[in-house]
Design a protein around this ligand. Structure first.
Ligand code: ADP
Length: 610
């Protein structure tokens, strides 16, 4: 039975303090969630960056593939046209006289519209010396009755479009035209003549542009034809022996729509400029116009040489390309990562909370065991001591006198105290398990206050009890045992926490819709810092612990629960060292007539059995 002799230690006060640390989670438990969140954000940032880079790289590769496809298609198609012109030149080289019918049949076999679509036609422009002009025109009129070389002005050398297939309305308008009279065309024709190779012109408006409302930029490619077929070795000889040019006019819009049309599946905008720079005036064609102010994700330009002439091609990605696939993956990755990190964070936080609650539950249990065993041990020690004394005296046959009477009184007092403690513990357990029931009946609160005061007053040794009651009853609906328990507890505390004695004032009155009871003492008071936690279970103010006033810190917790279950409130005002006033308010019942006074046990609720 060594535990019965254990002395009071400072441990209890520590436990009480630590249990009442409050609901807030300690900082250390926040670290795992924060770590998860930081790691999650870090991984998200890394993944987003990697996905963005990969996306950019893949988009760049797709863009380059589109650029190459566009360039190769343009070059292949133009080279096919140039090859065609070389074969036309070959026709003239192979025969001294190529008549209209021969040319027509030859071009028909080429199936222009199928194989070489996009061109405006294939033609032959003859070189005519001034002295041959009349005969030349006369011979041409055999096929085209209104043929004439135009412009008419006399000059040193004439060139005239003699054949041009297919002979549709646009091409008919060009027959007889001397392209050498126009600077841009002349420049290309001279280059073809002097080099003996194909030469492309700069941008022109073709004479075939007979519709004002559908004008397109155009250009021409010339391949020279010389007497004797072969290309003469010197520039002088080439100039001298030039017969004319196999040539093709191109309407840029028609040609490039055919080359870069939708069916090619290109996903970039292509703009082709004549010359070495992308200037608006030199624009031959653009596949699609970018929306105003749009900044494409990728763009590039390059210069290629087409039949001796530079072309600048500008490529840029379209909004559809920029918004597609891999580019949108990065924001998606960021959003998914962020979401996942937040979920992880909140899961970890919930776990931290659960852990905190579990730790708190263990601490409450430990505190409960520590406080309860300590509080129960004190009266038991006294009981044990007094009973032992009585036992010894009885064994010795000592007759019962004053000392024995005081031993018995002590045993009764300590048993009562023990029973009160056990009641408190049982109430606490019932409350926590939701088993505490309130049985309401109409009561007069003033009457109950009077009775409790009458019972407790005579037991006071160093305290005086003053009572102030209304003349009218204070009707309430309540459980008489529990209402009494509330009052006994508050008056008991007033006495217990005024160790030097003093006045304990109890008053009851009506306050609006409430029946109100006040219990005022002149005791140790409650430190301001302790006040917010006063109704927490197992909480004891430091001054109570410091003054070695015994208690378990569950009385007020139970009182508050009881008051609230009656629909009332409990408040207090206190100043450390000056005393405290506790105020209980219970709802007034409708009609005092309902009151049915009943007999109550004169002892406070005490039982040793659950
Ligand atoms: P116990 O009295 O068993 O410790 P209670 O729940 O009744 O438990 O009270 C909780 C704490 O409130 C007490 O430990 C004490 O610090 C403080 N207290 C209660 N009533 C008073 C009072 N009238 N004067 C000063 N302090 C009080």
């Amino acid at each position: 039975m060594a535990w019965l002799g254990a002395r009071r230690t400072g441990r209890r006060s520590y436990l009480v303090e630590s249990v009442s640390m409050g609901r807030s989670i300690p900082q250390r438990l926040y670290w795992p969630p924060i770590l998860f969140l930081s790691l999650g954000l870090l991984v998200t940032a890394g993944a987003t960056f990697a996905v963005a880079e990969i996306g950019r790289f893949r988009a760049q590769t797709r863009f380059s593939a589109n650029v190459t496809a566009a360039r190769v298609t343009i070059q292949e198609r133009i080279h096919a046209h140039i090859s065609l012109l070389y074969s036309v030149a070959g026709l003239f080289a192979a025969s001294d006289t190529v008549g209209y019918d021969e040319f027509h049949r030859f071009v028909q076999r080429l199936e222009l519209s199928e194989t070489y679509s996009g061109t405006q036609g294939v033609g032959f422009s003859a070189r005519v010396r001034p002295e041959e002009r009349a005969a030349f025109e006369a011979q041409a009129r055999e096929n085209l009755p209104d043929f004439r070389i135009w412009p008419e002005e006399p000059r040193e050398e004439y060139h005239a479009i003699l054949y041009l297939e297919p002979l549709d309305a646009r091409n008919r308008a060009a027959m007889g035209y001397d392209m050498y009279t126009e600077a841009v065309r002349r420049d290309a024709m001279s280059r073809a003549r002097d080099t003996g190779a194909a030469a492309a012109s700069g941008a022109v408006t073709l004479v075939q542009e007979i519709d004002d409302d559908e004008r397109q930029a155009g250009f021409l490619i010339y391949v020279p034809v010389y007497e004797g077929g072969a290309v003469p070795p010197t520039v002088e000889a080439r100039r001298e022996r030039l017969l004319g040019f196999a040539y093709s006019p191109f309407r840029a819009g028609d040609l490039f729509r055919d080359i870069l049309g939708k069916e090619r599946g290109l996903r970039v905008a292509v703009a082709i400029y004549d010359g070495g720079a992308a200037i608006p005036e030199a624009l031959l064609h653009q596949t699609i116009e970018q929306p105003a102010g749009y900044r494409p994700a990728f763009s590039t330009s390059e210069t290629i040489i087409i039949a001796g002439r530079p072309w600048t091609i500008r490529y840029s990605t379209l909004p559809g390309f920029d918004a597609s696939g891999e580019q949108t993956l990065a924001p998606l990755t960021a959003a998914a990562g962020l979401l996942l990190s937040l979920i992880l964070f909140f899961v970890a936080l919930a776990q931290a909370r659960a852990r905190h609650e579990a730790e708190q539950a263990v601490r409450i249990r430990d505190t409960f065991l520590s406080v309860a065993s300590h509080e129960l041990k004190t009266p038991l020690t006294s009981l044990y001591g007094n009973a032992q004394l009585l036992q010894r005296r009885m064994a010795r046959g000592t007759p019962f006198g004053e000392r024995e009477q005081s031993n018995v009184n002590a045993i009764v007092a300590q048993t009562r105290r023990l029973a009160k403690l056990i009641d408190e513990l049982l109430d606490h357990t019932r409350l926590r398990e939701g088993r505490l029931e309130i049985q309401r009946a109409p009561l007069d609160l003033a009457e109950i206050v009077r009775r409790v005061a009458a019972e407790l007053g005579p037991t006071f040794e160093r305290h005086t009890l003053s009572l102030e009651l209304p003349t009218e009853p204070l009707p309430i609906l309540g459980d008489p045992m529990r209402v009494e328990q509330i009052l006994v507890n508050l008056i008991g505390n007033a006495v217990k926490y005024s160790p030097k004695g003093g006045a304990v004032e109890v008053s009851a009155e009506q306050a609006g819709p409430w029946a109100q009871v006040r219990v005022r003492d002149q005791g140790i008071g409650i430190p301001a810092a302790a006040q917010p936690r006063l109704f927490s279970q197992f909480y004891r103010a430091p001054n109570a612990v410091g003054k070695h006033i015994s208690g378990m810190g569950i009385g007020l917790y139970i009182v508050k629960e009881l008051v609230e279950r009656h629909g009332g409130t409990i408040t207090f005002e206190s100043k450390e060292g000056e005393g405290s006033t506790f105020t209980v308010r219970l709802p007034l019942a409708e009609s005092p007539a309902q009151l049915s006074p009943r007999q109550h046990p004169s002892d406070p609720p005490v039982s040793l059995q659950p």
